[in-house]
Design a protein around this ligand. Structure first.
Ligand SMILES: CC(C)(COP(=O)(O)OP(=O)(O)OC[C@H]1O[C@@H](n2cnc3c(N)ncnc32)[C@H](O)[C@@H]1OP(=O)(O)O)[C@@H](O)C(=O)NCCC(=O)NCCS
Length: 175
């Protein structure tokens, strides 16, 4: 794995999408995303309860990006600049030459192939730019939409589940 540096922030683009850095202007959308019961259904996280939770989350994310611990993109529609979701890479391991991927879409933007388009450009970025050789994804065994997405990219499901939460299947994509 080469040295990872997320400054300047790597903006990624696809046919329909711009993947850009999170900012304080995204507070309302982050609150909407992280307080939505349907989006959180299979996610092992503390939901946002207040706007302050969303502001603190944004600060924490950008601190981690600045320190090259993780990277987090807002997925927006290029034509209208609409915030439709997020995608991130975290838990970088030099030893295993790996990182983990996470993603979420506002419910009204699901079922349009948006995450497939975003994940493709992020996977290419991991393998070609970061030169990280393995991507892990942990997803709840009942989370069919997430599992379908991973299978589209030929992620392979491990026989073992997550030790801390056995409901999470572990998927791996190696270059
Ligand atoms: C996981 C998640 C991002 C998947 O979103 P998604 O919209 O189903 O994923 P995709 O972008 O791959 O879209 C696939 C769907 O779009 C349809 N589609 C429509 N237009 C398309 C196009 N131009 N290209 C590709 N697919 C298209 C596909 O047929 C497919 O629909 P189907 O599932 O009914 O067959 C979404 O369910 C989500 O945000 N869940 C909550 C958060 C979460 O659980 N995250 C995972 C954590 S591990």
């Amino acid at each position: 794995m080469v040295d990872i540096n997320f400054t300047p922030f790597p903006i990624l683009t696809t046919e329909r999408l711009t993947l850009r850095q999170l900012s304080i202007d995204d507070t309302q959308n982050i609150f909407a995303l992280r307080s939505d019961a349907e989006i959180n259904k299979y996610l092992d996280r503390e939901p946002c309860k207040t706007i302050d939770d969303a502001i603190n989350f944004i600060k924490k994310i950008n601190y981690n990006v600045k320190n090259n611990n993780s990277i987090y993109w807002v997925i927006s529609l290029t034509r209208t600049k609409t915030f439709v979701g997020t995608i991130c890479l975290f838990d970088f391991s030099n030893e295993k030459n790996s990182c983990e991927i996470g993603y979420e879409l506002m419910t009204k933007f699901q079922g349009q192939g948006i995450m497939k388009e975003a994940a493709q450009v992020v996977i290419d970025y991991v393998f070609q730019t970061l030169k990280v050789e393995k991507i892990l994804a942990f997803t709840h065994y009942e989370n069919q939409d997430s599992t379908n997405l991973l299978l589209k990219f030929n992620f392979v499901k491990s026989l073992e589940t997550d030790k801390e939460n056995p409901n999470l299947n572990i998927f791996t994509l190696a270059q």
